[in-house]
Design a protein around this ligand. Sequence first.
Ligand code: ZN
Ligand code: ZN
Length: 845
Amino acid sequence: MSEFVFEPKRIEEHWQSEWEREGLYHAREDATKPKKYVLEMFPYPSGDIHMGHVRNYTIGDVIARQASMAGFEVLHPIGWDAFGLPAENAAIKSDSHPAKWTYANIEKQAASFKRMGFSYDWDRTVRSCDVDYYRWGQWIFLKFWERGLVERKSSAVNWCPSCATVLANEQVVGDSQCWRCKSTVEKRELEQWYYKITEYAQELLDDLDDLPGWPDRVKTMQANWIGRSEGAEVDFVLCDAAAEPSEESITVFTTRPDTLFGCSFFLLAPEHPLVAKLTAGTEYAEAVSAVVASAARETAVERQLGERVKNGAFTGRYVVNPVNGEKVPIWVSDYVLMDYGTGAVMAVPSGDTRDFEFARRYDLPIPPVVVAESDPLLAELAGVSERVMADVPWEVAFAGAGVMVQSGEFTGMRGGKGSEGMHAVSAWLAERGQGRESINFRLRDWLISRQRYWGNPIPAIHCPTCGLVPVPIEQLPVVLPMDIDITKGETLADHPEFYETTCPKCGGAAKRETDTMDTFTCSSWYYLRYTDANNAELPFSADNANYWMPADQYIGGIEHAILHLLYSRFFTKVLRDMGMMKASEPFTNLLTQGMVKLDGTTMSKSKGNVVAPEDMIARYGCDTLRAYILFMAPPDKDLEWSFDGLDGMYRFLARVGRFVADAADEAAAGNGAVASGDAAAKKLHRELHRVISKVTDDVARFQFNTAISAVMELTNSAYDYRREVPAGSRDLALQRDVAEALTLLLAPFVPHLTEELWRVVLGGQASVHLEPWPAFDASAMDSDEMELVVQVNGKVRGKVTVATDLAEEDIIAVALTAVASYVEGKDVKKVVVVAGKLVSVVVAG
Ligand SMILES: [Zn+2]
Ligand SMILES: [Zn+2]
């Protein structure tokens, strides 16, 4: 009998090449089988893989492998999100080309992923910088354009001076910072391309309810970002100091039309186009310009900080309040932002904290209009419809629900969000054509153009005669030229061979668009390309998308909660509306994995605290690393890296290997009992089924750490059995069942060792990864014994093990013996047996 020797390097390399030869991980569109699409967010090809990659992709691999054993046809693909700025920066640094850097890194990462034994279908690999992929991103752009979802417009946009490009709102994070380089973002007025994601705002919000498999945190973040609020649009007519109305009006959105009688001033954002027009050449121009200039020096976030002093200036002009005909002064203030609402605000200082502070600072009236029932002011003003009080006796604004006062015919109604008064005022305005009920979203259209080279060219042409002209679909792809010198900072705008073209409409000389698309457009549909990665006619076929979509399990970082996950949902809905597929949502279940940390900080190259997986793979093999990183913490929790347990995991796997080999050898030699049925065998049999049940349940809930613990327990029980029962008396069939179960249960976690054990040691004909997931027998878990806790006067004093069918009086007798020292010489008043749990003894004296 030869001892099993665990040789990770040999078996891992051997089985990896076998799997490739056998095509083990090719996904097929097999309509007779249920499918499971397991997807990990595709990586940016940054170079060497790190522990975060190892963790993320191992989680996906375990889910995919287990699903396959559970009988699903599994799609488990990989690709690269390969356009973007880091490649340009790296190319500049190394005097190279972004393509060269990108493809070299992809090759390196692919080799690492193969070395980790991930079960990817490599025939479906997507690299977003391949023309065979990005041409379909252009195709989608043109189809979106046909559907009215593409717009080019001028607006105040976010500009990152360091990245030298504009950014989408979703890419401005924290305190007005660029999501990528953390530079402070500036505002610039520029003409840019947009995807009209706002057209889908309501559906993107509503359908969050259809995603019970997503973390609540992510859904809340998306709902807040979409930011739906109900209220009314109100039209304010401009007037002069004599309240003589003009032809012009300004529309505002308010969530509190019920407070309209309390509007005592009107605000414009400093960037509002009317500001200069209203004040030009007047005595107010200078003060207003000063506010505009100081606001431009601050970020949007700074301007909105609650504690900040709010600056403003009167414009000398007025609007008419539609409900009472009063003239209301127009001010400019820096706490109003142009890109929220219409850039104009009806200020109601009694009901809004910032308006309240502004009114106090500039001595503007604060008439109360909605008063809390508990406020003594209500007794004074209840039923008063005319304005008798121009200033509240309050220290702060009151934004809650209450009773309307000083509000004309609406006086006495309930005021507040969603109140009777709110609807009544909106209806009154609508009847007179001066307003309407309205829904406002915080979400803005997605700015998709970037002034960078390494991206997907936008397929549009600027013709001096015809204006904006889409590149005809049959002329796709617009190929990104490779002969660009990035080290000189060149972009497509420096490349006449690229941009000089003829107009497809009139045939005249025209200019190609030189902006490229946000890389998030590439990542918004790559999971659809995986379903049909080699389609040369379309981005993907409806048949394949309908077979695989939606992806059943998505795994990736929480940092994409709004950006990528919102954009992908938008793309899915538009492509569905185009008839490209049936799914309305791209990802049924979402797992956001925790970070891998070292000494409490996230591992990163810039912090220099990276632990290289390669060293550990070289020393222990990838099976040990895979099992260890999953054993350290549940997938959604942060993980503090430590080398301490790696050796132990390696020894555990070797120990499993030795047991399986010994069990197989003994069974083959036939030296033992056919079916012993003794107590030790019964115990191991029970443990076998308990652990299969536990691992099955844990894997379904992604509790991989406790699943591995359970397999360790079964391994210990197997060794206990061999210690307790001498060779020659062991139940050989049972030992072999346990050996097979250990191999199958560990197969998703440690695919190579288990393959070696299955095919070589246990003599399996085909791959362990094609075997069915082990079943358990619930009745086998039932013990014919039970453990009972014995309490005396409420305190635990002992434990007894008795036969499950023992009569109650016998149980009591056994229990009293076990706690004899606590009851001796005392009067036993009462004994209660709680079946399967405890025996409670009450004594006196
Ligand atoms: Zn930046
Ligand atoms: Zn033309």
